[in-house]
Write a protein that binds this ligand. Structure first.
Ligand SMILES: [Zn+2]
Length: 116
C-alpha cells in the first residue's frame, strides 16, 4: 500500500474525497476555469486548510481544478484510497471469437482451358 504524501496538510480521506468530487463534477461536463474554484469551495465546505493546501496542490503539479485530477490524483490518488473509474474495464473480454464453421476455401485453380 503506497503511503500518503508525507507533507499533506489535510486528512488523507479528505484528499480522496476531493479527487472523487472533482472527478464527478468534471464528468458532468463542467469546464475548468483554470482556477481552484471547485477545490476552494470543497475545502471551505469542510473548513480545511485553504491557502496551504492550494500551495501543496501547486507544488504537486496542479494549477487549477482539472490539474488536481490530472496531476495530483494521478500521483497520490492510490495512496489515499482513491480509485478512479477505469474506462477500459467496460469494453474488453466480451469479444468472444465467433466460431465460424467455415471450411477453408478451396484453392482457386484457374481453369486452364479458358484462357489458353
Ligand atoms: Zn484546469
Amino acid at each position: 500500500m503506497p503511503q500518503p504524501p508525507p507533507d499533506l496538510l489535510v486528512p488523507a480521506p479528505a484528499l480522496r474525497d476531493l479527487f472523487a468530487h472533482l472527478n464527478q463534477v468534471s464528468g458532468t461536463g463542467y469546464e475548468c476555469d483554470h482556477r481552484f474554484t471547485l477545490t476552494t469551495a470543497f475545502l471551505r465546505d469542510r473548513t480545511l486548510q485553504l491557502g496551504d493546501t492550494l500551495a501543496w496542490l501547486g507544488a504537486n503539479g496542479a494549477g487549477c481544478d482539472c490539474e488536481v485530477i490530472f496531476n495530483v490524483a494521478q500521483r497520490w490518488g492510490e495512496s489515499v484510497g482513491y480509485e478512479p473509474l477505469d474506462d477500459d474495464e467496460l469494453d474488453d473480454d466480451d469479444m468472444e471469437p465467433i466460431d465460424r464453421a467455415d471450411s477453408p476455401s478451396p484453392p482457386r485453380s484457374k481453369p486452364w482451358w479458358r484462357f489458353w
